[in-house]
Design a protein around this ligand. Structure first.
Ligand code: MN
Ligand code: MN
Length: 353
């Protein structure tokens, strides 16, 4: 039954996209993005029955092996968006460079068509992430899309989990919609999401510990020390290893997500991509009253130099992210006092013996 109170994503966008030079175009573009996401959701939801499992046999611009579904999702975005005349430029994780669209479109859509695609073959939640920017003028200069995240007009992601959900911000809070598969509409189910300021859940790939910087090691060791440590309470680890799934949990119930800079590959600034992973997620987190940091500043303030640039990501509940920022600042000033648990000390002595 169609509930008369039911707010579809189209209705929501028409009512909530701020007026301005791009208002109407932005609402129309986001409706098209929602349609693309329904198509990707259908393909992902068929699993191996769609015949889209496994590798495509090709590589993306960064030399990473593409899954068949990476390529299909990228094509669905391009075909679902470029026809409308709203967009002058498209760029994605799967493209070598910015793809310019003939016409008068003044918006740019930057996206990760399928995030967490290594999880596809084990049937774990994956997603799509997108960011909308305004093009300064009719241009075919790829540098035109290299804008800091503060300039995003809108951002969002879809999560293809037990249900398909779409989280969107147009700068007026972060709002969540759930796909009603029978009716084919995204329905507003999570208006005005607020991330709790405090949390006892942290998410980090602990196998990289030996590559972390000292402030990150200090933070995680203190969490692990639990009630006996300086934090005086127990923490839980949560790690899906799918950016969308991990950030979604943080958005829904709080937590801190870290993919910090590490020394695993020297000269690499973190692992996640600024333009189509970190920036859209940072906008959604900030619009939900969370904090999104590199450890040394706001993610949204980073000036991009290249389309596929990487960035350290620390985001989620305010108290924890601000604490990690403080540890970075103390470390950079030479004031860092790494916590060493007497218990861990004993264990490592024991192990060496
Ligand atoms: Mn990704
Ligand atoms: Mn991807």
């Amino acid at each position: 039954m169609l509930n008369p109170g039911y707010t579809t994503v189209s209705k929501f966008l028409i009512q909530n996209v701020p007026e301005g030079p791009h208002g109407r175009e932005l609402a129309a573009l986001l409706v098209d993005v929602a349609a693309v996401i329904k198509a990707i959701s259908a393909a992902v939801g068929k699993g191996p029955l769609a015949g889209l499992s496994g590798l495509a046999g090709s590589e993306n611009a960064q030399g990473e092996a593409q899954k068949k579904l990476d390529v299909v999702a990228d094509e669905l975005f391009v075909r679902g968006i470029e026809w409308s005349g709203l967009v002058g430029a498209l760029a994605s994780e799967e493209m070598n460079d910015v793809h310019f669209v003939d016409g008068s479109g003044r918006l740019a859509l930057v996206f990760d068509p399928l995030d967490g695609s290594s999880n596809i073959d084990v049937n774990v939640a994956v997603g799509s992430i997108f960011s909308v920017l305004a093009l300064p003028d009719r241009t075919t200069n790829p540098a035109a899309v290299l804008q800091p995240g503060t300039r995003q007009l809108a951002a969002g992601y879809a999560i293809y989990g037990p249900s398909t959900q779409l989280m969107v911000s147009v700068g007026t809070g972060t709002h969540g919609f759930t796909l009603d598969r029978e009716i084919g509409n995204f329905v507003l189910t999570h208006p005005d999401i607020r991330i709790p300021e405090a949390t006892s859940e942290y998410s980090i790939n602990a196998s990289n510990r030996r590559f972390w910087e000292p402030p990150v090691t200090r933070y995680v060791d203190e969490c692990k020390a639990g009630r006996e440590g300086p934090r005086g309470r127990d923490f839980n680890t949560r790690w899906v290893a799918s950016l969308v799934a991990d950030v979604h949990r943080v958005l829904m119930r709080g937590g801190i997500y870290l993919y910090p800079r590490d020394q695993k590959e020297a000269n690499r600034q973190g692992r996640l991509r600024l333009m189509y992973e970190a920036n859209p997620m940072a906008m959604l987190i900030e619009q939900a009253e969370g904090v999104a940091s590199t450890g040394r500043g706001r993610i949204l303030a980073v000036e991009p130099q290249t389309l596929h640039q990487r960035v350290p990501v620390i985001m989620g509940s305010r108290e924890e992210v601000e604490r990690v920022e403080r540890y970075h600042a103390e470390y950079d000033r030479g004031e860092d006092k790494p916590y060493s648990s007497p218990l861990f000390g004993e264990r490592s002595l024991f192990a060496k013996g």
